[in-house]
Design a protein around this ligand. Structure first.
Ligand code: IPD
Ligand code: CA
Ligand code: CA
Length: 252
């Protein structure tokens, strides 16, 4: 029952959001550094909180999170969790990050939540149901001309994806009103769903970044196109408001 799943997803996201908000702007413990990314202790701690909260309500379910897998492997219901989307922003004190939680039943996303604890914006969706921002129904933008469009390109975290995204940036920037770089894929999708952004494109993105946000976009009237890189896990993704023609953007 998606409605019950949604209630648990909301409760878990709000709890983790409070936790992250309390730690925002404090001394952050960096656990690992990579060329284009970092991992912090709070990534794991936030996932632990969310895991406990989900398993409290649904002890027989599985959880696939960016920070690890737990619960029952054989369950047909799987919770897809990014406990902190926008870790680099968070660590550098940039107040743009979120928690993303989706529920998949037999591989189909049936509920999703994206929560921005700084702005206290809670994006929710269930299938069947309407996508909402803080309880109000949202829809994607009606802008159909590329010259009016504002969108995001994500750079992912490898030399190859950065170079492809740079090429795409040079291709798109003269054609659109503005390109933005935000650092949170799940919020990018939520912003496409509520009409703030007209598109969002990333060359290589993980299921926990996009599961909740993709359902928000689709139910809000937008369109999601993915190219599978690793089945069920890694994708190239193009999200639009549903009317903008971005067919010329490919993943090859
Ligand atoms: C990252 C953010 C970023 C996107 C990266 C993701 P993280 O997630 O969503 O916007 O460009 O591809 O990995 O690491 O902050 O959870
Ligand atoms: Ca993420
Ligand atoms: Ca993350």
């Amino acid at each position: 029952m998606p409605t019950d799943f949604l209630a648990t997803a909301i409760e878990s996201a709000l709890e983790a959001g409070d936790f992250l908000r309390r730690h925002f702007g404090t001394d952050i413990k960096i656990e690992e550094k990579f060329s284009y990314d970092i991992k912090i202790e709070l990534d794991k701690l936030a996932q632990e909180k969310i895991t406990q909260s989900i398993l409290r309500d649904y002890p027989g379910h599985q959880i696939i999170g960016e920070e690890g897998i737990s619960g029952a492997k054989e369950s047909e219901v799987c919770w897809i969790v990014d406990p902190l989307d926008g870790t680099v922003n968070f660590t550098y004190g940039i107040p743009h990050f979120c928690i993303s939680i989706a529920v998949q039943q037999s591989g189909k996303t049936v509920a999703g939540v994206v929560y921005d604890p700084i702005r206290e914006e809670l994006f929710t969706v269930s299938d069947p149901g309407l996508p909402k921002l803080n309880g109000r129904v949202i829809k994607s933008s009606p802008r159909s001309f590329l010259s009016d469009a504002v969108g995001v390109i994500g750079f992912s975290r490898t030399k190859e994806t950065i170079s492809k995204a740079t090429e795409l940036f040079f291709n798109l920037v003269p054609k659109v009103r503005k390109i933005r770089f935000t650092g949170s894929a799940a919020l990018d999708l939520a912003y496409v769903a509520c009409g703030r952004l007209d598109f969002y494109i990333e060359q290589q993105i993980q299921i926990w970044d996009i599961a909740a946000g993709s359902l928000l976009v689709e139910k809000a009237g937008g369109k999601i196109i993915t190219k599978t890189i690793v089945k069920g896990k890694t994708f190239g993704l193009k999200a639009t408001n549903g009317v903008l023609n971005l067919d010329f953007v490919t993943f090859d």
